[in-house]
Design a binder for this molecule. Structure first.
Ligand SMILES: Cc1cc2nc3c(=O)[nH]c(=O)nc-3n(C[C@H](O)[C@H](O)[C@H](O)COP(=O)(O)OP(=O)(O)OC[C@H]3O[C@@H](n4cnc5c(N)ncnc54)[C@H](O)[C@@H]3O)c2cc1C
Length: 544
């Protein structure tokens, strides 16, 4: 069996990548031999060209490696069989692919087996009502999309507590990173809102884990970049769903006032603040992709730039807030809470935007962006995104160096910046945060340009990302990459800092042959039992 599989696997990484247009998920060539070789029970295995194209692409659109096959699993056992077969070989790797929204090939496997997690248990939805011992929760598949989880929860008047801005991402994909949005200041990231996982380790063992059972696997898998196991099920904490959201944007000219107000809001006691706090930077111009037009919430709500003081600089800031409420709440009561919270804030008078929207419309707001971007070809263009966590101690310098300096003309898409609280993150997970302070900021540079030549070349945008990271290092900013992507051991070690030894130890215990998640290029596939895990060495370190 293994000999059969290994016939396909080259000794080096230089095989050509199939060049083909499209990328639709069409499993067009089912190998009758490969499923038998893997011993799968009903899962489909596709080693055709369309599958190769599908699995060799991601949202970033910059990395591409050819897999051996794409597997559509019918159940966790078939994933376990696949992992066991791979680990018994000398070369094969396995990548769980969620919805492929990575930027740098993290869900790919060169001549390895890619598991399409979207196939797994799409109907799994085991609701547990809340009670005196805790809030309600639901068990869903690791391959479920958050938007589907939300829709099904809303049918029961419930909702997850912590989200990402965009919900076309899988549960396993975001839990392997962190999963953050404007609710994280209160509930923490999505990794803080899950109490139990089913994980298939790199040895092919199916394990249930939680804070009390197999806790090292549980905390390792959360934020673990898929290095220790494939998340097949997750129990997610829920809360009663509100009906409506008051959605608000407030414009600032001064970064220190923007951060002071944002920090004041996130440190208010629970129940006495907004439900969601985010923010973004925009350019002080009429540029439709980077400037004033990106701020209003409705087309009939113009941005009156004459309200800006003459002292306003080349970039401006916008606090984005949301207050959840029930349909039967009196508008005057909602207004009074909003006024109570915003009354003392220092935004530019008159540059405030309000809208009342359905809760689900608010949570699915980026879907509209997706539809528009798909219609204009921007969704399929390369997306050289960069995400960082920057400590409060470095954020003012970061603003001067990056927002007002390197990015003063914008990036052709949102530049998010908003604060979060360390105490809402569990330090036992694999996620790494900046070294110091209770408050840190997420900075998300979400480039959404037309493909070259209508937009800038992706290489230029990647070079700008490198310049930003270089500046952070040179100036000694306290920061970490979020959704990290490095290519050599020294950078990964620096990234994990004092968590590196634990990370390597967990790898040795849960995936000793380094079969899983090869796309991160942290560990290279071990060649035989007992051989040492070796991190990938490259001549040049830095971002992928
Ligand atoms: C439009 C867009 C908006 C985004 N918005 C946000 C946001 O608001 N907040 C935020 O935090 N992030 C955001 N992200 C980033 C996103 O959370 C990550 O890219 C996430 O990994 C994507 O999930 P996915 O299901 O597409 O995973 P994939 O890209 O398919 O996989 C990501 C990594 O996780 C591993 N993996 C996937 N599934 C599993 C599993 N079941 N078990 C173990 N490992 C697994 C993969 O092997 C890979 O290493 C956004 C990305 C995009 C493209």
């Amino acid at each position: 069996m293994i000999a059969y599989l290994e016939r396909f696997v080259p000794d080096n990484d230089t095989d050509p990548i199939p060049q083909e247009d499209g990328g639709d998920r069409r499993h067009d060539s089912h190998s009758p031999v490969l499923p038998d070789s893997l011993g799968l029970h009903g899962s489909s295995v596709d080693s055709g060209k369309a599958a190769a194209v599908f699995a060799s692409r991601d949202f970033g659109g910059m990395a591409s490696v050819q897999p051996l096959a794409l597997i559509c699993p019918t159940g966790p056992e078939d994933i376990a069989r696949t992992v066991r077969a791979a680990s018994a070989s000398t070369h094969l790797t396995v990548a769980a692919r969620g919805n492929g929204h990575s930027i740098n090939g993290q869900a790919m496997a060169h001549m390895g087996l890619v598991i399409d997690m979207r196939c797994l248990d799409p109907d799994l939805f085991e609701l547990a009502p809340g009670g005196p011992h805790g809030p309600p929760s639901v068990v869903v598949s690791g391959g479920a999309l958050w938007e589907d989880v939300l829709t099904r929860c809303l049918e029961h008047g419930l909702s997850p507590r912590s989200f990402t801005d965009y919900l076309g991402l899988t549960v396993g994909g975001t839990l392997s990173n962190a999963g953050v949005s404007g609710q994280a200041f209160r509930y923490g990231p999505q990794t803080s809102n899950v109490t139990e996982l089913e994980v298939i380790t790199g040895k092919g063992t199916v394990s249930l884990c939680s804070e009390d059972e197999n806790s090292d696997l549980f905390f390792g898998a959360l934020g673990g970049l898929g290095q220790f196991g494939i998340i097949t099920k997750a129990r997610i904490l829920l809360q009663p769903a509100p009906d409506m959201v008051r959605w608000i944007r407030l414009v600032y000219t001064d970064f220190s006032e923007f951060t002071r107000d944002a920090e004041w809001l996130i440190t208010r006691p629970d129940g006495n603040s907004f439900s969601y706090v985010e923010g973004f930077v925009f350019v002080n111009s009429d540029d439709p992709a980077n400037g004033w037009p990106t701020v209003p919430l409705r087309p009939d709500h113009p941005f009156e730039q004459e309200r800006l003081p003459p002292t306003a600089g080349s970039v401006l800031y916008c606090l984005e807030l949301a207050l959840n409420y029930r349909r039967h709440d009196l508008p005057s009561a909602v207004n009074s809470v909003v006024e109570g919270l915003t009354g003392g804030l220092r935004f530019v008078e008159g540059l405030e935007f309000h809208a009342n929207v359905d809760y689900s419309e608010f949570l699915l707001r980026v879907k509209r962006v997706e539809q528009h971007a798909k219609a204009t070809g921007i969704w399929e263009a390369p997306h050289p995104w960069l995400n960082l966590f920057v400590s409060k101690s470095s954020i003012a310098d970061f603003d001067r160096t990056v927002f007002k300096g390197i990015l003063r003309e914008g990036i052709g898409g949102p530049m998010l910046v908003y604060p979060m609280l360390r105490n809402r993150w569990d330090s036992r997970t694999s996620v790494v945060l900046p070294d110091s302070g209770e408050i840190f900021y997420i900075v998300a540079l979400l480039r959404f340009s037309q493909p070259y030549p209508d937009g800038p070349p992706a290489e230029m945008q990647v070079a700008q990302n490198r310049e930003i990271v270089h500046a952070c290092n040179k100036k000694g900013f306290d920061y970490k990459l979020y959704l990290p992507h490095y290519k050599c051991q020294e950078d990964w070690k620096r990234h994990f800092g004092d968590k590196w030894a634990k990370f390597v130890d967990r790898k040795n215990r849960f995936d000793p042959m380094a079969v899983l998640a090869p796309g991160h290029k942290i560990f290279s596939r071990s060649l035989g039992l007992g051989s040492k895990i070796i991190a990938v060495e490259e001549d040049q370190c830095g971002l992928l």
